[in-house]
Design a protein around this ligand. Structure first.
Ligand SMILES: [Zn+2]
Length: 106
């Protein structure tokens, strides 16, 4: 039996860990699991700056360990699924382009 991975957030009121099931990024849907990251150019720049300053303060080892943890906790499957999806889209697009070429002259 596989134990469900829990969200690693803590309640501010009690200090107890959240008991919800974590999503791929290690948080439940109430604690940032649904977040898909920054969307605006401004937001992306802010996150990049924050990441850069964190890395300069010697947190790159921590980040590497965290990434490894994410990979082992299902991130690898996620990345593989994304790659397969991209490959499938590429194939479909190529087939469509070929079809367009064949049907242009008619
Ligand atoms: Zn949570």
């Amino acid at each position: 039996m596989r134990r469900k991975r829990l969200c690693n957030a803590h309640a501010r009121s009690t200090g107890l860990p959240c008991r919800c099931k974590a999503m791929l990024n290690g948080r439940c849907r109430l604690h940032g699991g649904l977040s898909s990251g920054p969307k605006t150019v401004d937001g992306k720049a802010k996150v990049a700056e924050a990441t850069r300053s964190r890395m300069l303060n010697g947190q790159s080892e921590l980040a590497k360990a965290g990434f490894q943890r994410w990979l082992n906790a299902g991130g690898r499957e996620y990345l593989q699924a994304r790659a397969m999806h991209r490959k499938r889209i590429k194939k479909i697009k190529a087939a469509y382009d070929a079809w367009l070429l064949n049907n242009q002259s008619i």
